[in-house]
Structure formats: C-alpha cells, structure tokens
Write a protein that binds this ligand. Structure first.
Ligand code: FAD
Length: 519
C-alpha cells in the first residue's frame, strides 16, 4: 500500500535523484533496491530559522502497485453541430469555459477583440521598442488574455482543491511542466505560456469549437429579457442562447456598453499602488540568509502585508527574476505590471505594492456612479504618463527617496524596457495611497533587513490589480441578475483574481450554462 512521507533535504540533495532515492529508503528503513516507485506530491522551500531546506512530500508505492495519481479525466467530443454558446474573451476564463463547454457537448464560439498569440507577441515587442500601443493587442488584450505575457504564477487563495487540480492538469495536458502539480508556488513563465495557449486553441478547434479573432463585441443581443446572441463591432452577429462574458477588468468599454444597455453593474473595492524593483541578488541574500543561491535554489521571492491606518498594504504578483512591463490599454496611460521567464533568471525582482481602495475612498468620484473606481484608475494612469513624460515611459523614484520624500537625482538600472523618468511620486500620488505605501515600505524594511534600499526603485502606477467593478450574478445560477442566459465570468466580472481562479470561474460558468440550456 502507498505510503506518504515527508523529507527535509538540502537543495543539492533534493535535486539529485540518486540521493533522493537514498533519503526515501532511509526514511522507510529499507534498502534502496527494495523501494518500489515514488512520486513527489509537494515541494516547498523553507528558509526560516537561518537555513535553507527543501521540504518534499513523497508518495511511495509498493513494487507492483499501480501509481494512483488522482488525475482527472477530460472527455471531449465533436461539438461542431451542437448548440452554440458565445464566449466573449479568450483569457483564462474564456478559454477554460470553452473547453468545459465542449465536455458538456456545446459548441463554444469564442469572440476575441485581439489577435492570435504570435501576432500579439509582435505588438507587445513594438510597444516595448517603439512605444506604439495597439489598443486591441497588448499586454492585456489578445489570445490568452492578460496573463499570457506574465510570470504565470498559479497560486490561488481558493480552497476548492478539486477545481484547482483540474486547471493544473488541463495546463499540463497542453504542455505545462508537471512540476506545477506539486510545487507549493507553481509558475509557468512568459516564454512557455504562449505555446500552451496555442495548444488550448488547437483542442477547442479540433473538437468543433470556433475562435473569432479581431472581433470586438459591441452589444449583447436579447429578446427583452433573454440572451439571443452578441453583435460585433463590424456588424456581424453571433447567435446563441447563452453567453459567457469573460472580458477581463481592462475592458472598460465593456462596462460602459453594459451601462448603455441598462445591464446592471456595480462598483467594488480594489487596490492600487506602485511596482518596486530590487536587484534579485538583494532579495536572494535577504531570503537565503546571505548564502549564495547557487545552482539548486530558485530566485527568491517574498510576500508582505501590513495594516496602515485601516487599509491593507501588500505585495502583489511578485516576479522573481523578472521584468516590469507596460500593461496599459490606451495611449497616454502608464500601467505597470510584472512578468518573468520560466527560469526566473533576470537580474531583477519586482513586485506590486498596493493599497486597498474602498468605496468610501471614492467620494470625490461619486459622480461617475458605478464607474467611480474605473475613473480613479484612469486618472492615476494618465497622471503617471504625464510624470513619465507622456507615452509609456514610467515615472520612477529610488525606494528610500520615495519613503523619505526626496527627489532622486539619478535612477538605478531597471528592467522596464520603455524607460523611466525621475519623478517625485511621493508628492503626486494621492495621500491615501502614497502615505500608506511609504509607511508600508518602512514596515517591510523593518521585517526584511536590506529591503528598504536606494538600490531599489518604485515605478508608477500599479493600478490594474483587481476589478473596480462587479457584474452581479445570481449565486446559484451564475446568471446576470437582470438578463437570463448572460453569465459574467472571471476577473472582469469581479469573481476572480489571477489566472487560476479566472480559469475555474470560467469552468463553473460553463457548468451553469449546461444546466441552463439542458434544463
Ligand atoms: C503583465 C501581467 C502579469 C500577470 N501575472 C499574473 C500571474 O503571474 N499570475 C496570475 O494568476 N495572474 C497574473 N496576472 C493577472 C491575470 O492575467 C488575470 O487575472 C487573468 O488573465 C484574468 O483572466 P480573465 O479571463 O478573467 O480576463 P483576461 O485575461 O483579462 O481576458 C479577457 C479577454 O477578453 C478580451 N476582450 C475584452 N473586451 C472584449 C470585447 N469587447 N470583445 C471581445 N473580446 C474582448 C481581451 O482581449 C482578453 O483577451 C497578470 C496580468 C498581467 C497584465
């Protein structure tokens, strides 16, 4: 019978299969030749108490025992002649919804405003090189959605382990490394994500689904109360009795479209701040207690949170060994975010450091109603562009200068490709954000000795961490509270945050669609 054991090893021993086998045998009190086969079920790094160890969860099977890996089964059949379901948006929520609809025997018609992923890659390169932003093809829009050029972190706070595992296995079936199944902080990397997106597309199309690129949805068609289809900006109509709306939180025009159609949306709290970048060597040295990282340890990361005057200040989307990228969707906005390659091997470590923004904080924006948060984000993004020198150059300040309120006469080298301009972020960020950030950074510096350094730089603004709008849905049926057959999904609907939770929200909506159409 399978036995579960836990090993605590040095990074070198954990990476060496012979030494690992010896450790398994020794833990079980048997000789190496008597160990059957084993699989790693969990891998995490523990660098507390002044030393660095790799903790491994291992399931050891008897020699003749089949390996029960708990892998979920996915059954796709031909849906080319099945009833269509419109899926708006080819981000994680839309793509995973499409796969799940196929499992349920429905034909997904995925409508995506941006380009397919390889053409999108060229637009992103142009943005970095020549600062030319294509409003429909950029870091947020296009096949794969906002997470395609990212770190591909796959963490979620959701406790629904079954849903989480399904998403991870689907990613593995489409080319992700199986390490994501057991790493405590799995990630894929920006170099690998596009290939996975292409394979997901191939699965959708090979079973009879459709994907329409360069196709922006302009309105939801109804017969008064029920969805009948969606209309595209070029006049085409996609007929369907159900529609999954998975357009992400950067698609501000979609919120306006819903308001214009008197489809209810509501403002919700979100978070905003800056992105901080350190030399990776500093973060490694802090987290690994000055021991060089060597060949066996990953680029170190951190996760920080502090309450400041009634609001949470916290690190968000930390990218070890990564790059800061321009993630705006309109010209003359600066929005920063982070990505990293699978090896996390750049010389920088960046992270969003953001402050909660509550509805109470938006009183001066109340004239914008449900769009108060959207307008506040937009205001700060334009302000950042202004202070960066118009366009996509980002305003930046050395970290200690930001905290102490001093101008930075020079700036350190930085991974942000379009370039940075020295700017007094401490002076122009609204007080309820800037002041809290500065206090938060002081607290982080006290917790991580060496974090608060002028070798680090802050860039503004990290404004798109979470959706400032919710598209309300019935918690049982997942349909919009006012329109039958409309299923708001993913991050833009306010029901998810991040790749994995958006993906499984897409799956849940597909389940709800199947129930609605089949019932
Ligand atoms: C640079 C960057 C790095 C990130 N890193 C990570 C990370 O490491 N880990 C993580 O968990 N999360 C990360 N995120 C966040 C993550 O990408 C999002 O949470 C996730 O992609 C949301 O999924 P979604 O499907 O709900 O929406 P999106 O991914 O935003 O997808 C929405 C899609 O809808 C399309 N669309 C919008 N409007 C229309 C319209 N009118 N008609 C047709 N199509 C439309 C868009 O083009 C887009 O493709 C990152 C985001 C960015 C920008």
């Amino acid at each position: 019978m399978a036995k579960d054991i836990i090993l605590e090893l040095t990074p070198e021993n954990a990476a060496n299969s012979q030494l690992l086998l010896k450790a398994v045998a020794s833990k079980l009190g048997m000789s190496v030749k008597d160990v059957g086969h084993y699989t790693i079920t969990r891998r995490s790094i523990d660098s507390r108490h002044g030393k660095v160890r790799v903790n491994l969860g291992i399931r050891v099977f008897d020699r003749d025992e089949p390996i029960a890996d708990g892998k979920p089964q996915f059954t796709y059949g031909d849906v080319s002649k099945s009833p269509p379901v419109a899926v708006i948006g080819a981000g994680p929520a839309g793509l995973f919804a499409a796969l799940r609809l196929i499992e349920h025997g429905y034909k997904p018609i995925v409508v995506e405003r941006g380009k397919e992923v390889s053409a999108r890659k060229r637009d992103v390169a142009l943005l970095n090189r020549e600062h030319k932003l294509n409003p429909d093809s950029n870091y947020a829009f296009g096949e794969g959605g906002a997470g395609t050029f990212s770190d591909g972190k796959l963490y979620t706070r959701s406790r629904k382990r079954g849903d989480y595992n399904r998403v991870l296995y689907i990613l593995c079936n489409h080319g992700a490394s199986e390490d994501i199944l057991f790493d405590s902080h799995p990630h894929i990397g920006t170099n690998r994500l596009p290939g996975i997106i292409v394979k997901i597309r191939e699965t959708i199309i090979s079973y009879g689904g459709e994907i329409l690129y360069n196709s922006r949805v302009e309105s939801i068609k109804t017969d008064g109360s029920r969805v009948t289809g969606v209309k595209l900006s070029d006049g085409r109509l996609v007929e369907a009795k159900a529609c999954i709306l998975a357009t992400g939180h950067s698609a501000r025009d979609v919120y306006s479209m819903l308001l214009n159609q008197q489809i209810q949306i509501e403002a919700k709290p979100f978070a905003m701040g800056v992105r901080v970048e350190h030399p990776q060597a500093i973060i490694d040295s802090i987290q690994y207690h000055g021991t060089p990282r060597g060949d066996y340890l990953p680029a170190a990361s951190y996760s920080l949170v502090q309450q400041v005057e009634g609001r949470g200040v916290y690190s968000f989307c930390m990218c070890p060994g990564g790059f800061i990228v321009p993630a705006a969707t309109e010209p003359n906005e600066v929005v920063v975010n982070g990505m990293s390659p699978s090896l996390r091997n750049s010389r920088w470590a960046n992270s969003g450091i953001v402050v909660e923004v509550r509805l109470d904080d938006l009183k001066s924006y109340s004239k914008y109603g449900e769009l108060a948060g959207v307008e506040y984000q937009h205001y700060l993004e334009e302000l950042a562009s202004l202070h960066g020198g118009f366009g996509v150059k980002a305003p930046a300040q050395r970290l200690v200068d930001f905290v102490d309120g001093n101008y930075s006469a020079s700036l350190p080298s930085c991974s942000y490709h379009p370039g940075i301009t020295s700017s007094e972020l401490h002076a122009w960020l609204p007080d309820d954000i800037g002041f809290r950030l500065r206090k938060g950074f002081r607290a982080f510096g006290a917790r991580m000795k060496g974090f608060l350094t002028n070798e680090a730089v802050v860039l503004g603004v990290e404004s798109r961490t979470s959706s400032p709008v919710r598209i309300p849905r019935n918690p049982e049926t997942l349909q919009h509270v006012g329109v039958e057959g409309l299923f708001p999904a993913g991050e833009g609907a306010g029901y998810a945050g991040g790749i994995v939770s958006s993906a499984f929200d897409g799956e849940r909506c597909a389940d709800a669609v199947a129930f609605y159409l089949g019932g």
